[in-house]
Design a protein around this ligand. Structure first.
Ligand code: ADP
Length: 207
């Protein structure tokens, strides 16, 4: 499903972020990318989502060589990925429901009833049905992360990429979030989580 063949990434300023990475991630795998800050975890995820392109090597996702992908095809490819990143925050000027509706409309959903049903389904999945009319600032950090996860699930992507999803939340809430990702994985999704929190890996064994 995700294949890296001898992939290296050097940033324009000369930083070698990744060197000679070869690996395969299969459909339905639960994978942690671990390492200290600066190890290259975010770069790895950004290469998968085509936010960055490799300096050399080949990246194949679902049998498509994404290194050869035209710029215009990137948004289409992204629709197959749910993204939980620190810099993809909720829009602060609208409530939870409107945040989710915004994403659906931006990805072509038009039918009001279908939109409502989809939003209810993803909020139910993350246990946040009660909070749909709250504004982001009225939610705790952990609740916001659950909404970010709900947002990532909207278009039922086969792959979920999470970069330090538990970065700003307390240990107990972190565990619950990873448990949720684990449950989502059990429905056949591929989950890739970058983290420097080794306790998460001990508690939720994955690859
Ligand atoms: P991690 O997610 O493990 O903290 P990153 O992938 O963010 O690691 O960074 C890996 C290395 O690449 C670091 O040395 C970082 O400073 C560098 N780096 C990351 N992004 C850029 C960028 N846009 N330009 C230059 N260097 C970068």
């Amino acid at each position: 499903m995700i294949d890296f063949i001898n992939v290296s990434k050097t940033y324009p300023n000369g930083t070698h972020a990744l060197y000679g990475i070869t690996l395969s991630i299969d459909k339905g795998e639960f994978v942690f990318i671990v390492g200290a800050s600066g190890a290259g975890k975010s770069t790895f995820l950004k290469l998968i989502m085509h936010e960055e392109t490799p300096t050399s090597g080949k990246i194949v996702i679902n049998d498509t060589d994404v290194t050869k992908l035209r710029r215009s095809k990137v948004p289409y490819m992204r629709r197959h990925m749910g993204i939980v990143f620190q810099d993809f925050k909720l829009l602060i000027d609208r409530n939870v429901y409107a945040n989710l509706e915004f994403v659906l409309r931006a990805t072509g959903w038009k039918n009001k009833k279908a939109i409502r049903e989809r939003i209810e389904t993803v909020l139910d999945k993350v246990g946040m049905s009660e909070k749909q009319y709250q504004m982001p600032h009225q939610l705790s950090g952990g609740e916001q992360q659950r909404i970010v996860l709900a947002r990532a699930l909207l278009n039922a992507p086969p792959i979920i990429l999470a970069d330090e999803p538990t970065g700003n939340i307390d240990p107990e809430t972190s565990y619950r979030l990873v448990e949720l990702l684990r449950e989502i994985c059990d429905t056949g999704k591929t989950i890739v989580i970058a983290t420097h929190q080794y306790d998460l890996i001990e508690k939720y064994p994955g690859r």
